[in-house]
Write a protein that binds this ligand. Structure first.
Ligand code: ATP
Ligand code: MG
Length: 415
């Protein structure tokens, strides 16, 4: 029996690749305008990097990591997200010494052991961006503006931006206690997970997807009402900068992120088009992460977008490219000529297809049609003799004769 791929691990087929490349190119172009450079870090890191950064009591570390012991008895993990590895590299290579403000982006596969469904896979792809070195709310507003800009550049009205503040080590501990007291009163009505993590990670109850937890926490106290003065000012200013440049957003005071390192501004790009996989992008500020990982005390903010989910929002039909020309050749000599002509045209930057096997005219035309070629050129014995052949524009059916000369043809197709 043929071997199949691992469950939750997908192939990205040629029929989808144009769309993926378009998403990636749009990210490179848009992020480039805001001064971001690409960084590529390993797909596998020491397990402790993720435990320390993402947090032991998070879903990712508790349940979702692909962790192995390698042949040298080292505990290693396939990266479940990008920020930890990028910050590890940032610290290891002292990137902060070269420039106090660093703007990095990355793209590539991530791995989480989750239940596969539409928009949720075990190997999936993220494009992410990180800014370190500045805690000014202008950076928060700019990061969010860039994220929104990216989606509008893709021509998408969805997803829309939701923001919140998760406070800082000054104000969150007190809020956690207030929330814990609230949750304790509702303990019986919470799901098992929320009951279990009441002490270790009570905030998760606020975005638990279980219906009875949603009901139980409907009027739970919100972090936004318990921010310290500095966090409150930071959030207000972030909003005012978003308003200044007309970046739309909605405040969602129940948003908590599934990673422990977030502080202050947190955000998600949400869509109603993908069922329960509603988050297309998510991120936040992480002012304590770099020092927690042994680096200098430098603030940071970033986000990651799920490429599969973005691809689901984009129309497939818009991303099919087809050859500019199909050369239909009849007879051995004509086939030779088709081979030479197509090579010359390809070398001149024109995409060309022809038949390799001496098929009938009908079957060659059928293939040209199937490939949605822009033009067909038909060469038989009489065309070889006269040096001109009919060139037909497939969309309009217009046809005229053209010299069997690659320069002339290339010029015609490019005009
Ligand atoms: P969710 O609530 O859907 O599980 P998350 O909070 O775990 O998302 P993040 O860790 O913030 O997601 O990752 C950022 C983005 O990466 C998500 O918004 C989503 O688009 C994408 N993503 C996360 N997990 C998966 C997955 N298993 N398959 C596909 N995309 C994913
Ligand atoms: Mg998740």
């Amino acid at each position: 029996m043929a071997i199949t791929a691992i469950k939750g691990f997908n192939d990205i087929l040629p029929s989808e690749i144009e769309k993926w490349q378009h998403i990636e190119k749009t990210a490179r172009d848009v992020f480039g305008c805001y001064g971001f450079s690409e960084i590529r870090v390993p797909i596998m890191e020491k397990t402790e990097l993720f435990c320390r950064s993402i947090g032991d009591a998070t879903d990712i570390v508790e349940k979702e990591m692909y962790t192995f012991t390698d042949k040298g008895d080292n505990r290693v993990t396939l990266r479940p997200e990008g920020t930890a590895g990028v910050m590890r590299a940032f610290i290891e290579h002292k990137l902060y010494a070269a420039d106090p403000v660093s703007k990095l982006f990355y793209m590539g596969p991530m791995f989480r052991y989750e239940r596969p469904q539409k928009g949720r896979y075990r190997q999936f792809h993220q494009i992410g961006a990180e800014v370190t070195g500045v805690s000014d709310p202008k950076v928060d507003a700019q990061t969010l503006t860039m994220l929104s800009h990216f989606f509008s550049e893709l021509g998408l009205d969805e997803p829309s931006l939701e923001i919140n503040s998760l406070g800082c080590p000054e104000c969150r501990p007190a809020y956690r206690e207030i929330l814990k007291d609230f949750l304790r009163q509702k303990l019986d009505t919470l799901c098992e997970d929320c009951q279990r993590r009441l002490d270790t990670n009570p905030l998760r109850a606020l975005d638990c997807k279980v219906e009875k937890c949603k009901v139980a926490t409907a009027d739970a106290p919100a972090m936004l009402e318990h921010l310290c003065t500095a966090c409150d000012t930071h959030f207000t200013e972030t909003r005012s900068y978003l308003d200044l440049v007309s970046t739309g957003y909605r405040i969602n005071s129940r948003m908590v992120r599934g990673l422990d390192y977030y502080t202050r501004t947190t955000f998600e790009m949400i869509t109603g088009l993908l069922g329960s996989q509603s988050a297309v992008a998510a991120g936040g500020r992480y002012d304590g992460l770099i020092s927690d990982l042994g680096g200098p005390s430098v603030p940071g903010i970033g986000f990651a977008m799920g490429v599969e989910r973005i691809a689901l929002l984009l129309d497939n039909a818009k991303f099919q490219t087809s050859p500019a020309l199909f050369i239909v050749a009849l007879g051995e000599e004509a086939q030779k000529r088709a081979f030479c002509l197509s090579t010359e045209l390809q070398r001149a930057g024109v995409s060309v297809e022809f038949d390799y096997e001496g098929k009938s005219m009908k079957s060659q035309m059928r293939r040209a049609d199937k490939l949605s070629c822009g033009y067909t050129l038909i060469i038989g014995e009489s065309e070889l003799a006269s040096g001109v052949a009919p060139l037909k524009e497939m969309k309009t059916g217009n046809q005229f004769v053209i010299a069997l000369d690659s320069k002339t043809i290339a010029q015609e197709l490019k005009s």
